[in-house]
Write a protein that binds this ligand. Structure first.
Ligand code: G
Ligand code: G
Ligand code: MN
Ligand code: NA
Length: 254
C-alpha cells in the first residue's frame, strides 16, 4: 500500500489533529499537564493510529514535517490553555528518536518557543529509553542545551526497554514515566507493586519527578495514591480528547 503517498497527502491536506490526555498530580488531584497525541483521520480509511504510521514516517523522512507541525500546534495550544487556566498546565510532546538526533532539533525547539511565546518550563519533551541508550556526545549535549533553555525532559515508558540506571545519574532528566505494564496488575501482583514502589522511591531520592502511566481503575488509583506522591495519567482520569473537550474538562476540574 502507498501509505507514504497517503502521508504526503495528510501533510498537505491537514488531516492530522492533536488530542490531549490530562495528567493529574496525586496529592492535590489537580490537572498539572497534558500529553499531546497525534491523530490521523484519513477521509477513506478512517482513523489510523500513530503506532501504524510513526515508524513508517521515520523511514521515509516524513516524520520531520509531521513533528514540526506537532510541536507548533502543541505549543500554540499550550499558550491558549495557560491564558485561561488558574494553575500552570504543562504540555508534554512525544519526540521520536530520529527527530531528537537530527542536528536542527535544538534550533527548532527554540524557534517554536519563540513563535508561540510559550514559557520553556511549560514544555516537556517525552523521550524513550532508546534515545538515551545511544548516549552519544551529541545526545548528551542536546539534553544539556534543552535544560539550559529551561525545557523539561521526561523519560517515557520507563522499564520496558533495556533500562540502564546509569543515565538517571548522568543525564539531565526531570521526570520519569513508569510504563503502564507495571500498573495493570499492581493491586493484585506483589511483584508489580514492588517494582513501582522501588522505582518511585529511588527516583524521588534522585530528585526527579515520577508519573505513573496507564491508571485505568479507581482501585489502581487509590492503591497507588495512598502510597506515593506522584503524577498520574490514564483512562481512569480521562482519555485523550480534542482541544475543546480538554477546555471543558479543565473548567470542571478542581
Ligand atoms: O495515542 P496512542 O496510544 O495511539 O499512541 C501510540 C504511540 O504513538 C505512543 O507510543 C505514542 O507515544 C506515539 N505518539 C503519539 N503521538 C505522537 C507524536 O506526536 N509524535 C511521536 N513521535 N509519537 C507519538
Ligand atoms: O508510548 P506512550 O506512553 O507515549 O503512549 C501513550 C498512549 O498510551 C496514548 O496514546 C494513550 O492512548 C495510551 N494510554 C493512555 N492512558 C492509557 C491507559 O490508561 N490504558 C491504556 N491501555 N492506554 C493508555
Ligand atoms: Mn508518551
Ligand atoms: Na509512555
Amino acid at each position: 500500500v502507498n501509505l507514504r503517498h497517503a502521508l504526503q497527502q495528510a501533510i498537505e491536506q491537514s488531516q492530522f489533529e492533536l488530542h490531549y490526555q490530562p495528567q493529574i498530580y496525586g496529592p492535590t488531584g489537580q490537572v498539572s499537564g497534558v500529553e499531546a497525541l497525534i491523530r490521523w483521520y484519513h477521509p477513506e480509511r478512517g482513523n489510523i493510529s500513530p503506532g501504524q504510521f510513526i515508524s513508517l514516517a521515520e523511514d521515509t523522512g516524513q516524520i520531520m514535517p509531521i513533528s514540526e507541525w506537532v510541536l507548533e500546534r502543541a505549543c500554540r495550544d499550550a499558550v491558549r490553555l495557560n491564558a485561561s487556566a488558574t494553575m500552570p498546565v504543562t504540555m508534554a510532546v512525544n519526540i521520536s528518536p530520529m527527530q531528537f538526533q537530527r542536528s536542527g532539533f535544538l534550533a527548532s525547539i527554540q524557534r517554536v518557543l519563540k513563535q508561540s511565546g510559550l514559557a520553556p518550563e511549560l514544555l516537556e519533551l517525552e523521550l524513550t529509553e532508546g534515545v538515551l541508550m545511544e548516549s552519544t556526545e551529541h545526545a548528551i549535549q542536546t539534553l544539556q542545551d534543552l535544560r539550559s533553555l529551561g525545557v523539561h525532559i521526561a523519560l517515557d515508558d520507563f522499564g520496558t526497554g533495556f533500562s540502564s540506571l546509569s543515565y538517571l545519574k548522568h543525564l539531565p532528566i526531570n521526570k520519569l514515566k513508569i510504563d503502564r505494564s507495571f500498573v495493570r496488575d499492581v493491586v493484585t501482583d506483589p511483584r508489580d507493586a514492588a517494582i513501582v514502589d522501588g522505582v518511585v522511591t529511588m527516583v524521588a531520592k534522585l530528585g526527579l519527578e515520577v508519573l505513573i502511566e496507564g491508571v485505568e481503575t479507581a482501585e489502581q488509583y487509590e492503591y497507588l495514591n495512598a502510597r506515593h506522591s506522584t503524577y498520574f495519567q490514564g483512562f481512569y482520569f480521562a482519555r485523550p480528547m480534542s482541544f475543546s473537550a480538554l477546555r471543558s474538562f479543565l473548567d470542571e476540574s478542581p
